[in-house]
Write a protein that binds this ligand. Structure first.
Ligand SMILES: *[C@@H]1O[C@H](CO)[C@@H](O)[C@H](O)[C@H]1NC(C)=O
Ligand SMILES: *[C@@H]1O[C@H](CO)[C@@H](O)[C@H](O)[C@H]1NC(C)=O
Length: 293
């Protein structure tokens, strides 16, 4: 107060104006920076959008079968619940592994691509994210400038599928099964004898079991009471384990993903009599779009 009274009025005005201009410029820059970040974030942190993309992932971007994963990704299994990440350049340089496993590894930590594998930063041209996790890919090496997120999705040719080829420098993965996005799934199983030489071409006994699964029915065992060999099945929007016993013991195989998965067995190739199954929020790469909605 005391010192102010000694400064003449016009000087105060000048100082005030200078401060206003400087502060205004700073504010403008800060706001622009935030807006920039915000746009990136709404694009890439929208987990519902990531889920939708996963549901609609086209066959050209996702491999049709687990066997379609390039060998150089070190034998990743795209059909297990545990989070898996694979990235590779167009040649032989790659990193593939479990992003939540390792000494001192925290879920949600930022991995520099060059820290995972030397020389891979700004060279990533294919990726796979599988299991119960979502990974976000960034244009800088400290997880600031988001490019896109992936959940059970692979793209084996970023070069041909959009603007992100040779851009990724850091990656952050967080555990999620997207159970809150889960609406319903369905399992249809056709059981019965196949028309063939041994039943003289007669119309075979067949029966279809058709289950619609709500969220509350995930993780529950469904007994199958009809005792016939399985001829075909179709699973929409869930991943299920199949068992030999009605109490879901004696595991046989796992099938299904967020899209549609169908399998028909040839004569004599059906698995042993199925007696039960249990389903989970979907994981694994999508083969094709659902047809039960
Ligand atoms: C995401 O999806 C859930 C379930 O469908 C919904 O409740 C929620 O409002 C959605 N969030 C956004 C941001 O759209
Ligand atoms: C499941 O069912 C089979 C066959 O009925 C039985 O032998 C087995 O003990 C059961 N297991 C459990 C854990 O209930």
């Amino acid at each position: 107060m005391g010192s102010q009274s000694r400064i003449p009025g016009c000087e105060i005005l000048l100082v005030a104006m200078t401060i206003a201009v400087l502060y205004g410029g700073l504010l403008f820059d800060v706001r622009r920076f935030h807006r920039h970040n915000l746009q990136k974030r709404t694009q890439t942190h929208d987990h519902n959008a990531t889920w939708d993309v996963q549901l609609k992932a086209s066959a050209s971007k996702s491999p049709q079968k687990a066997g379609g994963i390039p060998k150089r990704l070190g034998g990743l299994d795209a059909y297990q619940k545990e989070c898996q990440l694979g990235i590779s350049d167009a040649g032989l340089n790659y990193w593939a592994g479990l992003p939540f496993v390792g000494e001192g590894v925290q879920p949600g930590q930022c991995f520099k691509v060059d820290g995972l594998q030397k020389g891979l930063a700004n060279k990533v041209s294919l990726f796979i994210v599988a299991g119960y996790c979502e990974c976000e890919f960034f244009d800088d090496d400290s997880c600031q400038i988001g490019l896109f997120s992936a959940f059970n999705r692979a793209d084996f040719s970023l070069k041909n599928n959009g603007p992100h080829n040779n851009m990724i420098e850091s990656i952050r993965c967080k555990p999620t099964d997207h159970i809150n996005d889960f609406q319903s799934g369905s399992v249809q199983i056709r059981l019965g004898e196949v028309r063939g030489a041994y039943n003289s071409g007669k119309k075979p006994d067949a029966s279809e079991v058709d289950y619609k699964l709500e969220r509350e029915q995930l993780y529950s065992c469904f007994p199958i009471t009809v005792a016939f060999a399985m001829r075909s099945y179709k699973i929409n929007g869930v991943t299920c384990d199949f068992f030999l016993e009605q109490n879901c013991t004696e595991y046989i195989f796992t099938a299904g993903n967020a899209g549609r998965y169908e399998k028909k067995y040839r004569l004599g190739q059906s698995p042993p009599n199925l007696k039960g199954f249990k389903c989970y929020p979907p994981y694994g790469l999508v083969d094709g779009p659902r047809d039960d909605l």
